[in-house]
Design a binder for this molecule. Sequence first.
Ligand SMILES: [Zn+2]
Length: 226
Amino acid sequence: MDLTYRTLFSKRKTLSISVERDCSVVVHAPDGTDPERIRRAVESKRLWLYEKTRHPQKTQTRTHPPGTELVSGESLLYLGRHYLIEIVEREGFAIEFRNRFIIPRARAAGRTEVFREWLQARARGLILPRVRKQAQALGVAYEEAKITDGHYRWGSCTPGGNLNFNWRLIKAPLFVIDYVIAHELAHLIEPNHTPRFWSIVRIAVVQMDKAKGWLKENGQLLEQDL
Ligand SMILES: [Zn+2]
């Protein structure tokens, strides 16, 4: 399928994609964004855009079987993959993840918040143990590792040995998460981005170059709420 879209440039900081009432696709991008990067961002949302432009009125007309309604084809990025979101009539839970995200209808309106909490909990459960493991493998000691809610930085470290990781990283593939962890840990050995620094990171994460490329292309997608 050929996806046509308009790009609107502005002073905004992040890239977002929306589907207008007339089913046209509009990309809102920061001034000066590389067109190739925009094309890739649209490409990565292909499934979502396809659903949304093809079935624009589906949620209103209620032609779907009960219990299997999609939030207008919305999907959520988790560990590098887009998973569809499904609304069900069952109650008594916040989110279920079974190769798609299932949420009760009562939570659908506030889903951005529900998903954020779910992803933050997953980030703590997955990233922090991997930091411990990688630190052991690299033979470095750190003071404390935390999951934070910053923007525009995936990881950071202080000279005192405190490490911070952005919870939005949980949307990236595992090899990218491992790269960001290795990057921050390697700074405890070598503060600057010297050849020695990169060779430490590369030993820890063989897919270092692929991970850097992934972040460069998709980093802005991690910033989107859904
Ligand atoms: Zn660095």
